[in-house]
Design a protein around this ligand. Structure first.
Ligand code: FE
Length: 300
C-alpha cells in the first residue's frame, strides 16, 4: 500500500506502508446487548463476558451514545476496580473523573483516559454537561496475574496529544495504543501489546494493518459500513477476526464514509474470574477483592 503523510496542524509524521498479503477473515459478527450501568447510563455492551476467553486479553467493550441527558446524566458514581485496566475514549461530551488515588481529570471530545486499576481504586465518572450528545467507548484490558496487584496508574490523554496520521488512500488513523504504519501510539504495554486504532475512512478507502497471527483482534464499526474480505460489517456490529496462523494482518474497505475501532492484543491465556468490577485469576482472589473493598482497603 502506498502511503504518504498529509500536513495538518499536528507535527508531520512520516509513515511507512504496512503490507498485508494474507488478510484475516471475519469469524463472527456480534450485535451488542443494550443494558444500563452506573446510575442508569444507557449503553451497548459489545464485548460481553461470554467473549472474554475468545478475545483475551480484552474483557469488555461498551459503546455509549445518547442525545437525551436522561440516558447519561447519572454517570458512574463511586465504584471500585481491581485486576485490569480501563480505557475510556470520549468522542463527544465531557466527563469528570475522580479517584481514591487522588487523581482528577476532565475527559472530553476526542480524549482518552487510561486507568490501571491494579490492586484497586475507587473512582467516579460523572458527566460535566447537562445537555447535548455524549458518545464514546470503554474498553477493559486484562492484566497478567503477576501484575494484578500493581499500584494504580492513571493518565488523561487530551485529543491533541493522540498521534494521528492520514494515508493517501483516505484513511485518518488515531493511534491510541500500540503502533501503526511506524507511528507509535499514546500508550504502550508489554505482554498484552494492545493495539487500539480509531479509523476514519473516506468512501472506498482501504486500510491495512499488520497483526501478529497470535493476536486476538476485532473491529467495531460505529459509523457507515466496512468490507473485510468478503464479509460486510454494518454499523454497530463487531467483527471478530479469525486467527489463521498464516495471516499477517487485516485489510478493511469502507462502503461510504465510515468510522471504526480496530483493537488487537496478545492473549494472556490465564483463567479469568470476574465478579462485577473485579477481574482476577481465581475465586479466592475475587473473594479477597470483595473483602478488601468492604474493609476500605481499595482506597490508596
Ligand atoms: Fe469505572
Amino acid at each position: 500500500m502506498k502511503t504518504q503523510a498529509i500536513v495538518t496542524s499536528r507535527p508531520v509524521v512520516s509513515i511507512s506502508a504496512e503490507r498485508v498479503t494474507q488478510p484475516r477473515t471475519v469469524e463472527q459478527l456480534i450485535t451488542g446487548q443494550a443494558t444500563t450501568d452506573g446510575d442508569g447510563v444507557k449503553l451497548t455492551r459489545v464485548l460481553t463476558q461470554g467473549l472474554q476467553k475468545r478475545l483475551d486479553p480484552f474483557l469488555m467493550l461498551d459503546a455509549f451514545g445518547a442525545d437525551d441527558p436522561q440516558d447519561y446524566i447519572g454517570g458512574f458514581p463511586d465504584h471500585p476496580h481491581r485486576g485490569f485496566e480501563t480505557i475510556t475514549y470520549m468522542l463527544t461530551g465531557r466527563m469528570r473523573h475522580h479517584d481514591s488515588a487522588g487523581n482528577e481529570g476532565l475527559l472530553q471530545n476526542g480524549g482518552v483516559q487510561w486507568m490501571t486499576a491494579g490492586r484497586g481504586v475507587i473512582h467516579s465518572e460523572l458527566p460535566e454537561q447537562e445537555d447535548g450528545r455524549m458518545e464514546g467507548f470503554q474498553l477493559w484490558l486484562n492484566l497478567a496475574g503477576k501484575d494484578k496487584m500493581i499500584a494504580p496508574w492513571y493518565k488523561d490523554l487530551q485529543s491533541e496529544t493522540i498521534p494521528e496520521f492520514t494515508t493517501s488512500e483516505g484513511a485518518t488513523v488515531r493511534v491510541i495504543a500500540g503502533g501503526s504504519h511506524g507511528v507509535a501510539g499514546a500508550v504502550q504495554r508489554e505482554l498484552t501489546e494492545p493495539l487500539y486504532l480509531d479509523l476514519h475512512l473516506a468512501d472506498g478507502a482501504v486500510f491495512s494493518q499488520q497483526l501478529a497471527a497470535s493476536m486476538n483482534a476485532f473491529v467495531y464499526v460505529y459509523r457507515g459500513e466496512l468490507e473485510i474480505g468478503d464479509a460486510s460489517v454494518p454499523q454497530q456490529r463487531m467483527a471478530i477476526l479469525n486467527n489463521d496462523p498464516s495471516s499477517d494482518g487485516v485489510t478493511l474497505r469502507a462502503k461510504g464514509a465510515s468510522r471504526a475501532l480496530l483493537i488487537a492484543g496478545q492473549p494472556l491465556r490465564e483463567p479469568i474470574v470476574q465478579y462485577g468490577p473485579f477481574v482476577m485469576n481465581t475465586q479466592a482472589e475475587v473473594q479477597q477483592a470483595i473483602s478488601d473493598f468492604r474493609a476500605g482497603k481499595l482506597v490508596n
